[in-house]
Design a protein around this ligand. Structure first.
Ligand SMILES: NCc1[nH]cc(CCC(=O)O)c1CC(=O)O
Length: 347
């Protein structure tokens, strides 16, 4: 399977230099990783544990699994129950109470503004950022007959599908990956759309019938990337330095640019929003989109530039925000709110 190439030789050199310059940092005797208990979250926490064990063989690393509000409330769309923060709050409480040292998240689920006192310490090398088409009966979106039911609760995916395939019916689909696949297999949907990264991590690549082209199914900010969150300013240990070797610079810069766009538009799951950066030879291309949930109004923008610092990534992000505003992104957002209010009135 093709993976988008995010790392160039130049970035590797940059990373290596930063690492040699960084002070050697010893971890504490024990590190506790907080994680949600879904299979994907646990896989991701195990992955970080394995990486850290290689770096620090003498350190004891444990995983503390927990259930979040986002995992418990499954009968309502994420956009209706307050969005991303629901998946990370409990993990932050565990860190604040000293029950855990770090939390591993899918970056896509991490709010743009972390609560006071928390920070992202590392972004791991990004996995495939694309959306995947999963079905037992059909090979692709184009293959679906009129009236076929497609499952997704992402407003971004809903809007993109509605724009290109208005003859399809989109129905909400929540729950962790296994739950969602179970609902497909039960026959509730003709097809569902999932992030390729999650399926790949769980060894479920075989379920993917088609990978959606990022040009037409522009990914969400941070999709496919894992991030490590810590409590900022701990005096007993410099966790940022301990975790620095896990940071993948090209991925970090890409998601920084994407999250700048997402943040400018409220950074929630409440509007159809996509932001996707690729880096080739130190040159970043950032594309972003805001649209109405029915896919009828779309603003799309792209900018390109040399990005070798987080500041440069943010600047490129702001450039794309300005371009989107020139296409009346604010009017589209206003219409999103009106459509959401109508949907509530219908319910
Ligand atoms: N919002 C749920 C979520 N958060 C992260 C992933 C997948 C893995 C990733 O993007 O890193 C998923 C599932 C999905 O979108 O299908």
């Amino acid at each position: 399977m093709r993976r988008l190439r995010l790392t160039t030789v130049k970035e590797f050199v940059l990373k290596a230099t930063e690492l040699t310059d960084a002070p050697q940092q010893q971890p504490p005797a024990t590190l506790i990783i907080a994680s949600r208990e879904s299979r994907l979250a646990m896989w991701q926490a195990e992955h970080v544990r394995a990486e850290l064990s290689l770096l620090y063989p003498q350190c004891r690393i444990e995983i503390l699994g927990m259930t979040t509000r986002g995992d418990q409330i499954l009968d309502r769309a994420l956009s209706k129950i307050g969005g991303k923060g629901l998946f990370v709050k409990e993990l932050e409480v565990a860190m604040a109470e000293g029950r855990a040292d770090l939390a591993v998240h899918s970056l896509k689920d991490v709010p743009m503004d972390l609560p006071e006192g928390f920070e992202l310490a590392a972004v791991l090398e990004r996995e495939d950022p694309r959306d995947a088409f999963v079905s037992n009966d059909y090979a692709s979106l184009a293959d679906l007959p009129a009236g076929a039911v497609v499952g997704t609760s992402s407003l971004r995916r809903q809007s993109l599908i509605a724009a290109r395939y208005p003859q399809l019916v989109i129905k909400p689909l929540r729950g962790n990956l296994d739950t969602r696949l179970g609902k497909l297999d039960r026959g509730d949907y003709a097809a569902i759309i999932l992030a390729a990264a999650g399926l790949k991590r769980l060894g479920l690549l075989g379920r993917i019938r088609a990978l959606l082209d990022p040009d037409t199914s522009l990914p969400a900010a941070g999709q496919g990337a894992m991030a490590i969150e810590i409590l900022a300013g701990r005096l007993d240990v410099d966790l940022r330095a301990v975790l620095a070797p896990l940071n993948h610079l090209a991925s970090f810069h890409a998601v920084t640019a994407e999250r700048t766009v997402s943040k400018a538009f409220g950074g929630s799951c409440q509007i159809p929003l996509a932001a996707f950066a690729t880096i080739d030879n130190g040159q970043m291309t950032l594309r972003a989109m805001v649209a109405t949930p029915d896919g009828k109004r779309v603003a799309m923008a792209e900018a390109r530039g040399v990005v070798d610092t987080a500041d440069a990534a943010e600047r490129l992000g702001r450039q794309v925000v300005d371009l989107l505003q020139l296409q009346d992104a604010h009017a589209i957002l206003a219409e999103c709110k009106a459509q959401a209010a109508d949907a509530d009135a219908d319910a």
